[in-house]
Design a protein around this ligand. Structure first.
Ligand SMILES: Nc1ncnc2c1ncn2[C@@H]1O[C@H](COP(=O)(O)OP(=O)(O)OP(=O)(O)O)[C@@H](O)[C@H]1O
Length: 293
């Protein structure tokens, strides 16, 4: 009998994770899985839980959004335990990339089928990300969003419109795979392990989660029209086809600056890093999904 633990973040998805975890556990039990649920008690708890539970279980399932998936997956790096996802956030970027259904019962059926894929576990300055990470306007929004009282897509869009006009484009030195550095102005500089931020907004359309490559997308200074066109292109999955957008692939990306540190985001959660920023991919874990896009 396969042993599964569901790690559920009770604050994710506006508090719907408990219901999703209980429904998933009952479906798994009906299908002869030994399924337990544990709830996170604070930010960061899921990494400790998944690490501790990894040697006694076959599958650890993250029930939450990309923040919870990040924490659970981080705890599984260097173990043989398989990551499962029951999406319950507002963006669900990695789950959507892997074509895991947003419906809880259907996502639980995926865990039962156990189609296993390789998932790269890249780092930015030693901290893991599994979907996207970067600096610029998207990172700024993740910091603003964290100070807002509510979560969810509506608040996210509110923050984007409020902050868009006042945000200053940054200047960065970039080195791809230890080659020659070039200077680049960027409004958004995102590194994709997966192709999308979440909500089917594709910032790195060519990204594959198991190819040991990172895809970097750089959006230069926008004006209102460009910003609107990029917004549409994100959802059409062709932002990389825009003439003014630059994209690069590599196994390691270094970003330098005259500044000491910068506000970034990892999988949509705010984070702060000292320069130089080093994005690299070395490890892999196993994940249950449907396809690598
Ligand atoms: N018990 C808890 N109490 C408070 N915060 C928690 C708890 N457990 C986890 N967290 C934090 O909640 C944050 C949000 O989690 P998550 O991203 O999974 O949900 P979400 O924000 O609803 O989804 P999305 O990122 O898709 O919008 C994470 O940063 C995580 O560390």
């Amino acid at each position: 009998m396969k042993k599964v633990v569901l790690i559920a973040n009770p604050v994710s998805g506006n508090g719907k994770a408990k219901k999703a975890a209980m429904l998933s556990a009952s479906i798994l039990k009906e299908n002869k899985f030994d399924a337990q649920i544990v709830y996170t008690e604070y930010a960061g708890h899921a990494t400790k839980l998944s690490k501790n539970l990894s040697d006694k279980n076959d599958i650890i399932v993250a029930v939450g959004g990309d923040g919870t998936v990040n924490e659970v997956a981080t705890g599984l790096v260097g173990t043989n335990c398989i990551l499962g996802i029951i999406p319950n956030g507002s963006g669900n970027g990695l789950a959507r990339h892997l074509k895991i259904p947003m419906n809880t019962s259907k996502a639980a059926q995926c865990i039962i089928k156990q189609y296993i894929l390789a998932l790269d576990a890249p780092t930015i300055n030693g901290k893991h990300f599994f979907c996207t990470a970067g600096v610029g306007f998207d990172a700024h929004i993740s910091h603003v969003f964290a100070t807002m009282s509510g979560r969810g897509l509506k608040n996210y869009i509110k923050a984007i419109f409020k902050e868009y006009g006042g945000y200053q484009t940054g200047t960065y030195g970039i080195q791809l795979d230890q080659k020659e550095e070039w200077t680049q102005k960027a409004f958004v500089m995102t590194v994709g392990n997966a192709a999308q931020y979440g909500n089917e907004a594709f910032i790195a359309p060519k990204a594959k989660v198991g190819d040991q490559q990172l895809e970097m997308t750089i959006l230069p200074s926008p004006n209102l029209l460009k910003g609107a066109i990029w917004g549409i292109r994100l959802f059409l999955k062709n932002i990389d086809k825009s003439n003014d957008v630059r994209t690069f692939s590599g196994r390691s990306i270094q970003v330098n600056s005259d500044e000491k540190s910068v506000n970034g985001h990892r999988d949509g959660e705010p984070d702060t890093w000292e320069y130089p920023l080093i994005f690299k991919v070395e490890d892999q874990i196993k994940v249950i999904g449907v396809s690598d896009n």
